[in-house]
Design a protein. Sequence first.
Length: 265
Amino acid sequence: MMNSRTKLAVAAMLAVVSASTFAQAAKSPWTISGNAGLFSDYRFRGYTQTGYKPAFQGGFDIAHSSGLYIGNWNSNVEQGLYNGASLEMDFYGGYKGSLGNFGYDVGYLYYYYPNTGALGSSKIKNGEFYVGGSFGPVSAKWSYAHTHFFSLGDGPSFATPLDTKGSWYLDVNGNFDLGNGWGLQGHYGYQKIKNGKRAFALGYTFANEDAVSDYKVGVTKDLSGWLLGAAVVGTSEEGLFRTAESGLREKAGKARAVLSVSKTF
C-alpha cells in the first residue's frame, strides 16, 4: 500500500508524462509562413512588369514536414501589358528534400491574371514544371512551359498562330552572408523562347532573338527582421519586350536599380 509521499510522487510523474504527451500531440507537422514587400519596380526575368513603377507583393506558403508544400504569391502588374489584368497571382506546389548537403525541389507553377482577355483579346496564362537544386549559398532551377509562353502566339490577339509551348528558363542564384545582417546577391537567368525568331518575324516581339539572358547584382541588410534591398537588374536584349503605357515604344529590359523592403513572418 502506497503512502502519501509515494502517491504524490506518482501523481507528479504522471502529470509530467501527460504534459509531454500532450505537447507532442499538439505539435503539428504543418507550418504556415507569409511574406510581403514593397519594390520600386517588379522585374520578371529581367523585364519590368509595372512600367518601371512600384509594386506591392506578398504571399504565403503551407508546408508539411514530409517535404510537400503549396503556396501563393501576388503582385500588381501593368494593366495594358496583360490585356486588362492589373494583378498577377501565382499558384504553386511541389516537394522539397535533401540528400546530405544537397537540397532539391520539384514542382509546378501556374501564373494567373484575373480579368485578362478583356474586349476579346488573348487570355494570358502560363504553366511551368520546375526542378531545382541547392548547395550551400548557390542554387539553380530549370522551368519548362507546357503552355504557350504567356500566351505568346495564342488566342485572338495573334492573327497567325505560333507554337511557343516548350519554352524554358534557367535560373542560377547566389546568396552570400557577409555578417552583421549584410548579404550579397547574384543572379543569372537564361530564357529560351520556342519559335522566338518567328515571333519577331510575325511582329509579336521586338527583337530578332529566340533566347535572352538577364542578371541581378545586389546587397541586402537585415534590420530586426525587415530586409532592405538594393540591386541592379538588366537584360542582354533591352527591347525584346516593351512597356504598355509607352505605347509599346519604351524598352522593358533597361538596366536600372531596384530598391525594396520586405518581411517574412
